[in-house]
Design a protein around this ligand. Structure first.
Ligand code: OGA
Ligand code: MN
Length: 208
């Protein structure tokens, strides 16, 4: 489909791409309502950095709160989101031969003043994340509210305002990015397309 291939073409050329046309408006409305309900029900935990034994909460690096989607218990709007991302996954593999096999995704809430310092999304201890994507869930957001996603292209950057329905996609290994503080609560659903890590193939790990 054309929206998908235009998005993937831009990603291939720049390492990132942004669109507001990928998701049905009712999917955005439903996800936005759901994330607010879950946040109100205190279902989130403080986000951290690192994986496994390296995990630690570091409010000096990131101060958001997250809730992972459970792919065995998807709600209807979550299933709609996953279906769109599945179409995108096929398009990424068909156009770029990136061989991404699965998606992991979490809701994120940045309370007023919260941020995520400049970083890349690939952990030094895990190489599975290939493509990152953030879907924003804030109706009536204005640029003056802050909370932009800043995507770096070398010394230059672009800023994406987290307006409901805006979807940003970028290379997990190469694109430095940061979340600027906002004056309002900032809601999003962030996902990563992953390839199986070489560590997964235990038969290989003894040979390297
Ligand atoms: C992340 C991240 C960006 C955003 O969770 O790693 O960079 O705009 N999120 O929420
Ligand atoms: Mn990130």
């Amino acid at each position: 489909m054309e929206i998908y291939s235009t998005l993937v073409d831009h990603l291939a050329e720049h390492g990132w791409a942004v669109t507001s046309e990928l998701f049905a408006p009712e999917t955005i409305t439903d996800l936005a309502a759901e994330v607010r309900t879950l946040w109100g029900a205190a279902a989130f935990k403080a986000a951290g950095v690192g994986r496994g034994a390296d995990f630690q909460t570091r409010a000096d690096i990131r101060s958001d709160h997250i809730l992972w989607l459970d792919d065995k218990k998807l709600t209807a709007p979550q299933a709609a989101y996953c279906q769109t991302l599945e179409t995108l996954r096929h398009e990424l593999n068909a156009q770029l031969f990136v061989g991404v096999q699965e998606l992991e995704a979490h809701y994120a809430v940045y309370p007023p003043g919260a941020f995520y310092q400049k970083h890349v999304d690939r952990f030094s201890t895990a190489d599975e994340r290939i493509i990152s994507c953030s879907l924003y869930l804030n109706p009536d957001w204005s640029e003056a509210d802050g909370g932009a996603l800043r995507l770096y292209e070398g010394e230059n950057f672009i800023e994406v305002s987290p307006q409901a329905g805006t979807f940003a996609i970028f290379r997990s290994d190469a694109i430095y990015h940061e979340v600027l503080p906002a004056t309002r609560e900032r809601f999003s659903l962030t996902g990563w397309f992953k390839r199986r890590s070489l560590q997964h193939y235990s038969g290989l790990s003894s040979q390297v």
